[in-house]
Design a protein around this ligand. Structure first.
Ligand code: NAD
Length: 318
């Protein structure tokens, strides 16, 4: 594996930077293509040796140049906010669907065989069977999920016409070090941590009884490595999840416990596009890719809180 090159689009982002570390640790050379719109070069501080190319994933010539010589693409570049996509559906389609098609085409032209795409559990929508298995019908609620489903469809079509070997991964709710707490629609874990660090009560949207499967970023990075290295995996899609269903209130309690403070919070109305229930059957990835998430919620939250405590600019005490 020593001389194999992997291109990671969106590799300067939260999950992409964990994927970069995982691939380097397994002996791959890593090149990152990222427009740094939500990611940053600083995220790659622990990925020594990763090459960073600044560019837009919708720019075919730029992605082709970045993919040249690679034997694998991990495609993570995307706009990722559900509420953001409700306000800006065309931009989300452009980056998440057309951007994926552009990355696929670049990989095909440059002769890259393996193409691992980051999709989302949001494609299942609300009201389907729980826990969701991969055969559950897709019923996207948000434009973000619709764009990701379109991207998945392009990946699978490139596989069926033997243009390359796609592997589609549907992540559930990922959390961990380097997830941004400062974006308008920050995910629950960094938003809760930031609130506790600033001595505020975190906000829960809706009842707090909505459920999610929270999976640690290091585990998702490992899922990408397994998908990159599996000898001839079926294209999926594969749920990438912990297999544990957790309410947002339980999550808040876990974060509060890591700070040793009471789990007090304020309420706000449910946000458009948010799902009531989301739980995963994660067994297919184990059977076909040899991947299983191994980080428990308390362990993952504790590692994440520890990272935030060390982070410059967020040094307040709970
Ligand atoms: P992130 O915003 O940290 O990462 C996305 C990266 O893509 C950023 O570094 C950003 O700068 C880059 N990017 C955005 N638009 C780009 C463009 N046009 N050209 C090049 N680079 C661009 O978010 P993340 O949470 O790390 O998400 C990574 C992937 O995982 C995304 O595809 C997302 O849809 C998927 N995903 C994330 C979660 C989650 O819980 N965080 C869940 C399901 C799926």
């Amino acid at each position: 594996m020593a001389d194999k090159l992997c291109l990671i689009t969106g590799g300067a982002g939260f999950i992409g930077s964990h994927a970069a570390e995982a691939m380097l640790a397994r002996g791959w050379r890593v090149r990152v293509l990222d427009d740094l719109s939500t990611g940053s070069a600083a995220n790659l501080a622990s990925a020594a040796g990763a090459e960073l190319v600044r560019g837009d994933v919708r720019d075919l010539m730029k992605v082709r140049a970045a993919a040249r010589g690679a034997s694998c693409v991990l495609h993570l570049a995307a706009k990722t906010s559900v509420p953001g996509s409700v306000s800006n559906p065309i931009e989300y389609h452009d980056v998440d669907a057309t951007g994926t098609l552009t990355a696929l085409e670049a990989a095909r032209i440059e002769g890259v065989r393996r193409f691992v795409m980051s999709s989302t559990c949001a494609v299942y929508g609300d009201g389907g069977p729980q826990p969701a298995g991969e055969s559950a019908p897709a019923a996207p609620v948000s434009p973000y999920a619709a764009a990701k489903l379109a991207a998945e469809t392009y990946c699978l079509s490139f596989g069926r016409s033997r243009m390359l070997e796609p592997v589609v991964l549907r992540y559930f709710n990922v959390y961990g070090p380097r997830q941004r707490p400062d974006l308008p629609y920050a995910a629950a874990v960094p938003a809760f941590i930031k609130a506790f660090m600033e001595g505020r009560r975190p906000v829960i949207f809706g009842s707090g009884l909505q459920t999610r499967d929270f999976v640690y970023a290091g585990d998702v990075a490992l899922a990408n490595a397994c998908a990159a290295e599996a000898p001839a995996p079926p294209p999926g899609p594969y749920n990438i999840a912990s297999g544990r269903e957790c309410t947002v209130l339980n999550l808040l309690e876990a974060v509060a416990a890591a700070f040793g403070v009471p789990a007090e919070f304020d309420r706000a109305p449910q946000r458009p596009g948010d799902l009531e229930r989301s739980s995963a059957d994660a067994r297919l990835a184990e059977r076909s890719l040899g991947f299983r998430a191994s980080t428990g919620l308390a362990e993952g939250i504790s590692k994440t809180v520890e990272w935030f405590r060390r982070r410059p600019g967020l040094t307040g005490r709970p």
